[in-house]
Design a protein around this ligand. Structure first.
Ligand code: RB5
Length: 148
């Protein structure tokens, strides 16, 4: 189950991502916002990130104007590793090396076709583990207040 969320700027792209996920046979849950009325991205980023952190959803795709604000909001939730991507290489490597569990996209930065390509690369990439697991564990240690 993929958590989806956006602010007012991301409604159109979120609908495109929903259709793409349907075509891929992947299930999703929409945590809002649901229309183009101006709203505050932290609310929706937080709700979707909580669903990923709790295990209700496996991963999430969040959208705001730049992908930055909603990514910062999601990053505040323990256990969340966000990648804010405008290119396919970063999206794929963020999964293979960082085991990112939330992708954020900037609806005012990338076109719809590129955004869908970025999301596809991120969704289909696999975490490589090994030395990357050690580094991800260190990220968790930071989150737990440990000294490195
Ligand atoms: C909303 O205008 C805009 O600030 C928001 O979508 C996002 O880009 C924030 O990071």
């Amino acid at each position: 189950m993929i958590a989806l969320a956006c602010d007012h700027s991301g409604i159109e792209l979120k609908k495109e991502i929903m259709a793409m996920l349907d075509a891929m046979g992947l299930t999703w849950k929409d945590f809002g916002t649901y229309d183009t009325a101006s709203c505050d991205y932290p609310v929706y980023g937080y709700r979707a990130a909580k669903a990923v952190a709790s295990g209700e959803c496996d991963r999430g795709i969040l959208i705001c104007g730049t992908g930055i604000g909603i990514g910062i909001a999601a990053s505040k939730v323990r256990g969340i590793r966000v990648c804010s991507c405008s290119d396919v290489y970063s999206a794929e490597l963020s999964k293979r090396h960082n085991n990112s569990n939330i992708l954020t996209l900037g609806a005012r930065v990338v076109g719809i076709d590129l955004a869908k390509m970025i999301a596809t690369h991120w969704l289909t990439a696999e975490f490589e583990g090994g030395r990357h697991q050690r580094r991800v564990d260190l990220l968790t240690a930071i989150e737990n207040g440990e000294e490195l």
